[in-house]
Design a protein around this ligand. Sequence first.
Ligand SMILES: [Zn+2]
Length: 134
Amino acid sequence: MGAAETAKEIVRIGSTAGLSKDVIDLLEKKLALLMDENIALAKENVVLIAKVSVLENENRNLRTQLQDAQPVVGAFHEFGGVLWKRTANGFEKYPYCKECPHHPVMMGMPPRGRPMFWRCSSEHHAPFQGLPKV
Ligand SMILES: [Zn+2]
C-alpha cells in the first residue's frame, strides 16, 4: 500500500469511527504534510540512487586500475640497464641480463680502481646503479 492510499485509509477509519469533522480535517492536513514530505524524500532517494550508481562504477574502475598497478611477484622490472625480479616485498639480490634471451643472473664485479658493474656469463655488462625503488 502506497503512502497516498494509507492516508485515505486513515481518513476513512477516522470518519467511520465517529470522529468529528474538525478532527478529520486536522488529520487530513497532517496527512497532506506527510504526503508532501514523502514525495520530497522519494525524489531525494532517486537522486541518491543515481549518485550511488555513479560511485559504484567509479569504485569498480579504481579497483581495476589499482589491481593492474600492483607489482607482480616474479615479474622483471628494468632498472639501470638490467632486469630485476620482483619478490613479495622488493627485488632479488642479483639482477638478470636483459641482453641475453634467457636472462641469466648477473654477478657484481668489483674491479680494482674502477666503478662496480654487473656481468652475465655471456660477458654483457651494465654499470652498478643500486637497487630499483620498491
Ligand atoms: Zn647477457
